[in-house]
Design a protein. Structure first.
Length: 415
């Protein structure tokens, strides 16, 4: 938008509110197709700023989203300063967003998770996929840890807290709002305790194993529930007596799963010394022992290769190498190199589990990088299974952004 256009918009009147005091956000012609198909996002360049200037909306305000033909498309919260300037919360013209809607959505989300899990350890709300864009809630028994990524959901935080208390009745609710996503919405990074007292760590039950993960200094909400199903699959493919390498191990869940499944040895590699200390404590709590190696994953793998080390199974579960589309070429090179190094460390007939949580890297692209690494290393790869995020992270069919995790289980042999 030009400076002149911006001045014109700022001088326009605020959107005329309806009888309930909710303003209308009108879209340009043809910009309603994605919303009608089920997507929940409105981009700032899709708004008819002549009819309903974004500058007329307060940050976090609720608006009625209309097509260019004045057809109601849904209630959304608005952030006029963000690229994604509005996110749909309700498509019913008679049910504007309020506490009762939040309670309804939470109950719907909870009913799915209770069918999937016998114990209350799971992701209970996964943002857009549960009709609550910008909100994540993870459950650790009586402790709920949440993250709010958008200004609109931040404005609804008191109602969300009341709904969580009503539906989940936790002893503790902590907001771990320290992620970079909040920067895009001009929100401060902070950790808040809304209910009870925040523990130093959260307890997790997964696959018959018991773990602890740091809360304040931990990653995300403390745990990666999205890999639960993949770790179960890993247990199925692993054979007794295997020697396992867990790269980017964090709290040691892959290595401990392997040891509890009959592996004879497991080595965790991570750049964080506190994370490796947690992994060792988790191993001891589950009656197994693991080795640890601190350092950059690429450097440590190089050192292991030079030392003549070999492993029967290697898990690569790195952080996202591609956070923005412009990072794609560099990230692709990093994934290829990491897989290539791992293949050089595998025994003649080994198992490689290669993961990526980079949404901008498609599953077929990751598989292509694995194959390219194999060709460069004179290895033959057979794909045994493809995994994704666990079912408590459901995918919204109209929102490809909700499908982000890839995990390929590969047999790697020498040519």
């Amino acid at each position: 938008m030009s400076e002149e256009a911006g001045i014109q918009c700022s001088e326009m009147a605020a959107p005329e509110p309806d009888a309930a005091g909710v303003g209308v956000l009108r879209l340009k012609p043809g910009e309603d197709r994605r919303l009608r198909a089920g997507h929940l996002w409105v981009f700032s360049n899709e708004v008819d700023n002549q009819a309903t200037p974004l500058t007329g909306f307060a940050v976090g305000a609720i608006a009625r989203v209309h097509s260019d033909r004045d057809q109601f498309l849904g209630y959304a919260y608005v952030n006029p300063h963000a690229l994604i300037c509005a996110r749909i919360l309700s498509r019913s013209p008679v049910h504007p967003p309020d506490r009762s809607l939040l309670v309804h959505r939470l109950r719907q989300a909870l009913s799915l998770r209770e069918r999937l899990h016998a114990a209350p350890y799971y992701r209970v709300v996964f943002g857009e996929s549960d009709g609550l864009p910008g909100l994540v809630l993870d459950r650790y028994g009586n402790v709920v840890v949440g993250q709010i990524a958008t200004a609109g959901m931040e404005a609804l935080r008191p109602e969300v807290e009341a709904a969580v208390a009503d539906v989940l009745a936790p002893q503790t609710l902590v907001w771990k709002n320290d992620g970079s996503a909040r920067d895009l919405e001009q929100l401060p990074r902070q950790v808040l305790t809304a209910i009870g007292r925040a523990p130093e760590q959260v307890e997790v039950l997964e696959g018959g194993n018991r773990y602890a993960a740091p809360l304040a200094g931990g990653q995300k909400t403390g745990w990666f529930y999205d890999q639960t199903a993949n770790r179960e699959l890993f247990r199925r493919f692993l054979w007794p007596g295997a020697r396992v390498l867990d790269v980017c191990s964090y709290a040691g869940a892959w290595a401990i799963t392997a040891m509890r499944g009959g592996a004879r040895e497991a080595l965790c590699v991570d750049s964080s010394e506190p994370a490796l200390a947690v992994a060792m404590r988790n191993a001891a709590a589950n009656g197994v022992a693991i080795g640890v190696r601190r350092g950059d994953a690429f450097d440590v793998l190089d050192e292991l290769i030079r030392g003549g080390e070999r492993f029967d199974a290697i898990v690569l579960d790195p952080p996202a190498f591609i956070k923005k589309r412009k990072d794609l070429p560099r990230g692709q090179a990093a994934y290829r190199k990491l897989n290539q190094l791992a293949m050089r460390l595998l025994e003649r007939d080994g198992l490689l589990v290669s993961c990526s949580c980079s949404w901008h890297l498609a599953a077929d692209e990751l598989l292509g990088l694995i194959q390219a690494a194999a060709r460069h290393s004179s290895r033959f790869v057979q794909l045994l299974a493809a995994g994704g995020q666990s079912p408590d992270h459901p995918v919204h069919p109209a929102i490809p952004e909700t499908r982000y995790l890839k995990a390929f289980f590969c047999r790697v042999t020498r040519e």
